[in-house]
Design a protein around this ligand. Structure first.
Ligand SMILES: C[S@@+](CC[C@H](N)C(=O)[O-])C[C@H]1O[C@@H](n2cnc3c(N)ncnc32)[C@H](O)[C@@H]1O
Length: 291
């Protein structure tokens, strides 16, 4: 597993030195190979995220039924939009991504597995470029802030904000504040942990907090960019823009647990010394903002 993590880092650096277009194509090709083997697992983990969102909606009295939802960061497949449409009965889901990862063959496989697994009939629109059903729209190569989303009731993201530059997160939320109607909601599921630790189990989930920004920028590439923002930094961004934080949950490793012990062994970089252990270790952050 350490080898796998090292190989991944090496591979991303290799892709990073190729001409941008070539690097992107190869990255896409490799990710796609990995993806084909893991579709069922992806659906299951997305279902867990949907369950989390349902619980949040109950707590905050947010209705998904008949609502218009905008997703930031579509990724490889419209799994979350399918849950919003087929389980939540949302009216329309618009999904935006800076890249274009959706592919017809993958979505056809999703359609087949999803319809069996959740006993839903998926009617693909005849003229859909990506084999998508009515009510789900895909906007590749699109920054959500360049699109009119004034008809949106809920903006949603899953595992995206940790990969966005802090300045961009601020600009994005300043633009939402102007465009969305008062009373609309923004729901973010954020994974602030060091993603290398998912592959290399010997690493702490906070391992990357050992590095200065300069060193970390040498380790990561544009393919695995992680901003390393800690919980209070996310909260500051939203509060400074005048958002009301109506719901916040996050994981805290128990004292004495393996994750806790690994964290305590780290020699943190001075940039992170001003935070409490809980603020540094806060994982799986789910946050709801009210406009
Ligand atoms: C780690 S993937 C997560 C994808 C998906 N949400 C999921 O749960 O599997 C992050 C995605 O966000 C996209 N992304 C990053 N910044 C973005 C932005 N400012 N606007 C739209 N998409 C963005 C990336 O292109 C990438 O496809």
């Amino acid at each position: 597993m350490i080898l796998k993590s090292k190989f991944k880092t090496y591979l991303f650096h290799l892709l990073d030195i190729l001409p941008r277009k070539r690097g992107d194509q190869l990255y896409h090709f490799i990710q796609n190979l990995y993806f084909e083997q893991n579709l069922d697992q992806k659906i299951n983990t997305s279902f867990n995220s949907y369950q989390t969102i349902k619980q949040i909606c109950v707590r905050c009295d947010i209705e998904i039924k008949a609502k218009v939802i905008a997703e930031i960061g579509s990724g490889w497949l419209p799994i979350m939009p399918y849950f919003f449409k087929y389980l939540g009965k949302a009216r329309r889901i618009k999904s935006f991504d800076l890249n274009r990862h959706y592919q017809n063959n993958n979505i056809n496989r999703l359609n087949s597995i999803f319809s069996q697994k959740y006993d839903r009939l998926i009617n693909v629109e005849d003229d859909s470029l990506y084999s998508l059903p009515e009510g789900i729209e895909y906007f590749p190569f699109t920054n959500i802030t360049d699109h009119d989303i004034s008809d949106t009731d809920i903006v949603f993201s899953r595992f995206v904000l940790e990969h966005v530059k802090p300045e961009t997160i601020k600009e994005m939320h300043a633009s939402f504040k102007k465009e969305l109607n008062p009373g609309s909601y923004i729901i973010h599921l954020i994974s602030p942990s060091d993603h290398r630790a998912y592959v290399d189990k010997q690493l702490s989930l906070q391992d990357f907090l050992r590095f200065s920004e300069e060193k970390w920028n040498k380790i990561q590439t544009r393919f695995d960019y992680h901003n390393r923002l800690r919980l209070p930094q996310f909260l500051d961004i939203f509060e400074d823009l005048g958002y009301e934080i109506v719901d916040l949950t996050y994981d805290k490793p128990k004292e004495g647990s393996e994750n806790y012990k690994k964290f305590k062994k780290l020699k943190l970089h001075e940039d992170f010394l001003g935070y409490t252990d809980e603020e540094l270790m806060a994982g799986s952050i789910n946050i709801v903002l009210k406009v």
